[in-house]
Design a protein around this ligand. Structure first.
Ligand code: PDD
Length: 285
């Protein structure tokens, strides 16, 4: 597999990461996942914007501009040549020695970038049949808006849901539904869409931006306000969104059917609108 390692494209066997890299030691870094459809880096601009915003939040001075970074990613995607897949990239605060909790001096320690592209297909079975959700207490930190590589809180939540026999976690903090373990969560009640507002308790999803636009275009009312665990279990429809999961129906929560236990009509309309929007953008390339 080819890896973009800082400004070089190399074979994965050539990559050397220092054991004192702050990403490796502290989880001190940020990442992005961009879906590639037909060679198109879907919603690249929005992903790069979030990436640069997150870099600021962790006081990381990126050694390139958005434009330079975009060119570097395009050169990498062209060289790898995978037309349908996902691009993963992360930047850490670099290797500061000796290990010290304080941020390193950006003049002395350079950030470390790695990226890879892997072939993936759309999760058709999950998209058509839906998945199950299990309520898990959201015990993550209060910087969930930062796309941090420290994902232990999310991983523990997913594993707790899976240990209980569910596909994904429906995270609940102080009685309020926040998101899923690696996706944003939405519900429909009496024709109205609900999702948690952006802020420090969830990751502001890029797919969420698109689904918000599509919901508006389709004329659905969308309420971005906190809602409770009791409200979501009585929903007519529930779904989650992410660059990889797209618009995935959640057909049961804690073993109780949502609606009739099949993907709902508004969910299906949004799924179709989402893929239509991708096809439109691909056509314009
Ligand atoms: N996850 N919330 C969380 C906690 C996430 O990790 C993600 C993305 C999202 C949706 O973000 P977006 O629509 O920008 O993909 C929401 C990625 C896909 C991952 O970690 O693999």
């Amino acid at each position: 597999m080819k890896i973009l390692w800082n400004d070089k494209i190399v074979d994965e066997s050539e990559v050397k990461i220092d054991t004192e890299d702050r990403g490796y030691q502290f989880g001190d870094g940020i990442y992005e996942v961009i879906r590639i459809y037909n060679g198109l880096l879907y919603m690249e601009e929005e992903h790069l914007e979030r990436f640069f915003r997150c870099a600021d939040k962790i006081r990381l001075t990126l050694p390139f501009t958005k434009e330079e970074f975009s060119q570097r990613l395009h050169r990498f995607a062209e060289e790898v040549g995978i037309k349908n897949g996902r691009l993963y990239f992360q930047v850490t605060h670099g290797a500061a020695k000796p290990r010290l909790h304080s941020f390193p001096d950006p003049k002395e320690v350079v950030p470390v970038l790695t990226a890879d592209i892997q072939e993936i297909s759309r999760p058709m079975e999950k998209l058509t049949k839906g998945i199950s959700g299990g309520i898990v207490t959201d015990k993550r930190w209060l910087h969930c808006d930062i796309k941090s590589i420290s994902l232990l809180g999310n991983i523990l939540a997913l594993n707790e849901a899976q240990e209980n026999g569910y596909d994904d976690a429906v995270l609940v903090r102080d009685g309020i539904v926040t998101e899923a373990s690696s996706s944003n969560l939405w519900m429909v009640k009496d024709g109205v869409l609900y999702t948690h507002p952006d802020g420090e308790l969830i990751l502001p999803g890029i797919t969420k931006i698109k689904v918000r636009q599509l919901a508006n275009q389709l004329g659905f009312k969308l309420v971005e306000e906190p809602f409770t665990k009791e409200f979501i279990v009585e929903a007519d429809e529930v779904f989650k969104t992410s660059s990889v999961a797209e618009v995935t129906p959640i057909i049961s929560i804690n073993g109780k059917n949502i609606g009739d236990g099949t993907p709902g009509t508004i969910t299906k309309q949004l799924q179709k609108a989402y893929i239509d929007a991708i096809e439109e953008t691909v056509k314009k390339m």
